[in-house]
Design a protein around this ligand. Structure first.
Ligand code: ADP
Length: 463
């Protein structure tokens, strides 16, 4: 007996950043759209356990660090760190945003969110396992936006470690402030988390497998950032974690460094060695190409089947929420164009921020990458030691670097370390993406006394 199929114009696998912007745009354009997600809510991992909840904790740390800098400058008295209440604040923000998303969904009659996990039956048929049994859909177009999940390596005792999921999901596992923490992994998630907890007074040991923290990122940016981080973080490089043991309430992490076995102990061990794409069942079986980093797509986001798109973390191109949102809209535009490539995602010009305290951010080509490609760049520089806002905030570490193409003086990329990094990369990012030159940046009256002033000054530094 063949199962009855419901027909929809578009089905999204997932309801996160790669899915819902397209779902709304297409539904508002008159198409019938179904989003599927086992969470039963919109926003994916970003709101559930990623960007938003981690920043709710981070911003509390930022306020605390500012308060410390002002302890002798007009703000006296010690602020008490109350981690359980920070967690309650984080949970409340998540709840507020879920309620807001439910309201948005209610305004869009052509769009349904079905709680359940989706799998491919054939290139036009998707089965969704719901609480009330399986539903099958005949779909004209599919957007695979199943995202990514925490990668837990097969290390003995890995189950004794927490992951970012346990820290940031609603009603998280970790609700009290650990005195000591071991972080396995010196990527941006591990370093950010180490930095927040260090601000709250936790002693953190961070174990990084290779020779560089934030491996793959610009070494000059990293070298500028690391000395500005809390002394409560001890960073151990070239540490190869071999096993984790639970000893009562303690976690002991054994690692090998230069041939010798060493150990680090904490109330909590965090596993933060990366994320991996979540590939829906049936994807490879129906003939969609899945590579090492995820589902293979070009800038039109189409898979081998022009009517099946893969947007967001699942394609492994730029695993960041804002990149997923843009890709989702590209997929929507190409669906509206009849599965022709009318719009393209720009994978090379997406801002990335490391939300440590203080943070760092970058976009495009840096001097080191240019050198590795045998290219020359002209570097513009501005240090926050001379910046009025940084001086007002008593946060003068770091600065802005901009990299221009010789001749055209087109801005190819840049980085910021220090105050407002995650905000400043917006202006620099737009300038890179739109091909502005050093002359354009130098001629724009960035506002005084704000940190964006430094962008114009960095551009003028090359003349
Ligand atoms: P992105 O930002 O790339 O959209 P996220 O990880 O934030 O990625 O969101 C992906 C969402 O997809 C998650 O909420 C996850 O629950 C959901 N998901 C994963 N696998 C499936 C599946 N097989 N069917 C439906 N939803 C899925």
């Amino acid at each position: 007996m063949t199962m009855q199929r419901e027909t929809v114009d578009v089905l999204t696998i997932g309801a996160g950043g790669g899915a819902y912007p397209a779902a709304f745009r297409l539904a508002r354009a008159g198409l019938s759209v179904v989003m599927t997600d086992p969470k039963g809510v919109m926003s994916g991992n970003c709101l559930y356990e990623g960007c938003v909840p981690s920043k709710a904790i981070r911003e509390t740390g930022e306020i605390l660090e500012s308060q410390r800098r002002f302890a002798d400058l007009g703000l006296s008295g010690q602020v008490q760190v109350d981690y359980p209440r920070m967690v309650a604040h984080k949970d409340a923000i998540q709840a507020r945003r879920y309620a807001q998303h439910a309201q948005e969904l209610a305004t869009c009659p052509n769009l349904q969110l079905i709680p359940g996990s989706a799998r491919f039956i054939d290139p036009h048929t998707v089965a969704v396992a719901t609480g009330e049994g399986e539903r099958r859909f005949h779909c004209r177009h599919v957007i695979i936006a199943s995202g990514a999940d925490v990668f837990v390596p097969p290390i003995p005792g890995a189950e004794h470690c927490l992951t970012s999921h346990d820290l940031y999901k609603p009603d998280p596992v970790l609700k009290i402030l650990p005195k000591r923490m071991v972080v396995i992994g010196g990527g941006y998630i591990g370093l950010e988390t180490a930095s927040f907890f260090a601000a709250f007074g936790t002693r953190v040991v961070l174990l990084q497998k290779g020779p560089q923290i934030l491996s793959g990122m610009d070494p000059n940016m990293v070298a500028t950032l690391l000395p500005l981080l809390s002394p409560n973080i001890e960073m151990i490089l070239n540490a190869d974690v071999e096993r984790v043991e639970a000893r009562g309430s303690q976690r002991r992490v054994y690692y090998r460094q230069g041939g010798a076995e060493q150990q680090a102990e904490g109330d909590v061990a965090l596993m933060a060695v990366g994320r991996h794409p979540v590939i829906p069942a049936g994807t490879a079986e129906i003939g969609i190409e899945v590579g090492k980093h995820g589902i293979v797509v070009g800038p039109s986001l189409q898979t081998r089947f022009p009517h099946i798109y893969a947007a967001g973390d699942v394609n492994g191109q730029v695993p960041l929420f804002h990149a997923a949102v843009r890709q989702s809209l590209v997929a929507a535009h190409n669906i509206l164009g009849g599965d022709r490539a009318l719009d393209y995602a720009d994978f090379h010009h997406v801002p990335t921020t490391i939300f440590t305290l203080p943070g760092a951010a970058y976009i495009g080509l840096t001097a080191t990458q240019a050198a590795a490609q045998g290219m020359e760049v002209i570097a513009g520089a501005y240090d926050f030691s001379e910046d009025s806002r940084a001086q007002i905030l008593e946060a003068m570490g770091g600065g802005i670097r901009l990299f221009f193409a010789p001749g055209s003086l087109r801005l190819l990329g840049g980085w910021i370390v220090g105050i407002d990094a995650g905000q400043l990369i917006g202006e620099i990012g737009l300038a890179v993406a739109k091909g502005l030159t050093a002359h354009d940046l130098a001629a724009f009256a960035d506002q005084h006394p704000m940190s964006a002033e430094g962008i114009g000054k960095a551009a003028r530094s090359i003349f």
